[in-house]
Design a protein around this ligand. Structure first.
Ligand code: ADP
Ligand code: MG
Length: 374
């Protein structure tokens, strides 16, 4: 049971922390039928946030994970399965009413096969093509409109579409459906800002200017306070001390994935963790990750490594100042250029206070610990 406290995967229910403003914003957008592009680096909590919004609201919704799709046929199949599943969720209990609705849909879409077996509807496209995607999505909209039920489709890791050979055709097909939808709201989320920007902001691309952009930041330390205190009380009947709380949020820099990784280990202990437990647990964990960290670090050029090391040692709000330039032993123009690249690659981020930091707290810690070797 303890493992459930800080899951490695999607955070749910009591183990979901805050995100109140974001949840409200997404719910409102869905109800007013607006579409959203949700962007944040990997493991910030996009999938968990969408799951939470879908779970806590009455509207039916489904999240489609595109991380592993390799071609258009797979995308079409995923969408077809998801649309069938969503319609099945919304199908009226009465078989006669359900059948009537399905008959209307069939009449509107002669190229699509509809089978209703008891309470389950199956949809199959007779001649799949790139237009099938919009056909399927529009069928969902027709259904939602008939039953006057707003519903949601979330495309998770949407930037993967941009990587496929048929990317433009798929984007155009999705745009066609999104523009015409009356009751279906869309969320497009992803971690590769560069690719998502290209898909949604490039004037030559079909999804240009269709959605509101929402950037997901880190959860603030203050929001973690009650959350961690409550979970500590459930576990040991005692809260954690202030220095333990500060160290957890400081060492992980409130990166959701790492807060969970560290706390999952701490919460396995029989007693409330002390400061030394936090430091040792984190140190052991980062050392276990050294293979990945060294591999990631090794992908960078020498200049990039130099800047990353300087930022791991001293995060700064003034990377272009003479003081930073001197301590990093790099010219201001090299810093500027390299900083941009490192931000684009999600190695560096700017925090709430304007400081540039190494994005991954495990990498930052590893660099600080082994500084002389870098
Ligand atoms: N609001 C939250 N409360 C608690 N844990 C969270 C929250 N959001 C994310 N996490 C945790 O952070 C990690 C990454 O979350 P995930 O939703 O998979 O991120 P993403 O989809 O951005 O890659 C997981 O371990 C998840 O349980
Ligand atoms: Mg995700």
């Amino acid at each position: 049971m303890i493992q459930r406290y800080f899951p490695q995967g999607v955070a749910e229910e009591d183990f979901f922390c805050n995100r109140e403003k974001e949840r409200e914003f997404i719910s409102k957008s869905i109800l007013s039928h607006e579409h959203i592009v949700l962007v944040a680096p990997r493991r910030y909590g996009k999938t968990s946030l969408i799951a939470q919004v879908l779970r806590e609201n009455d509207f039916p919704g489904i999240s489609i994970d595109l991380l592993f799709v390799l071609d258009q046929a797979q995308v079409t199949r995923l969408i077809s399965d998801s649309v069938s599943q969503l319609i099945n969720q919304m199908l009226p209990k009465s078989t006669t009413v359900a059948k009537k609705i399905v008959d209307t849909l069939a009449a509107l879409n002669p190229k699509v096969g509809f089978n209703i077996l008891g309470q389950r509807l199956e949809i199959n496209i007779k001649q799949p093509s790139e237009r099938s995607i919009s056909e399927l999505l529009l069928i969902l909209d027709q259904f939602a409109t008939k039953s006057e039920t707003p519903c949601v489709i979330a495309f998770d890791e949407f930037q993967q579409i941009g990587e496929l050979k048929e990317n433009h055709a798929i984007e155009a097909s999705i745009r066609h459906a999104v523009e015409r939808s009356k009751y279906v709201s869309y969320i497009f989320s992803g971690s590769n800002r560069h690719l998502l920007n290209e898909i949604f902001s490039d004037k030559t691309r079909p999804l240009y200017h269709l959605c509101d952009l929402m950037k997901l930041d880190r959860i603030k330390a203050e929001s973690y306070r009650m959350f961690l205190t409550n979970l500590a009380k459930t576990r040991w009947k005692h809260g954690i001390t202030e220095d333990v709380f500060s160290e957890i949020t400081n060492i992980t820099k409130c990166h959701s994935y790492y807060v969970n990784t560290l706390c999952r280990r701490l919460w396995q202990g029989a007693k409330v963790p002390q400061l030394a437990d936090v430091l040792n647990t984190w140190d052991n964990y980062v050392e276990q990750q050294s293979y990945w960290i060294i591999k990631d670090f090794g992908r960078l050029t020498l200049t990039q490594r130099k800047l990353l090391t300087a930022l791991a040692l001293t995060p700064t709000s003034e990377p272009h100042s003479e003081a930073f330039s001197t301590s990093a032993k790099m010219t201001a123009s090299t810093i500027q250029k390299t900083l941009q690249t490192l931000q684009k690659m999600d190695f560096v981020y700017q925090d709430h206070d304007g400081y540039y930091n190494v994005l991954d707290p495990a990498i930052a810690y590893f660099i600080r610990k082994h500084f002389s070797k870098f």
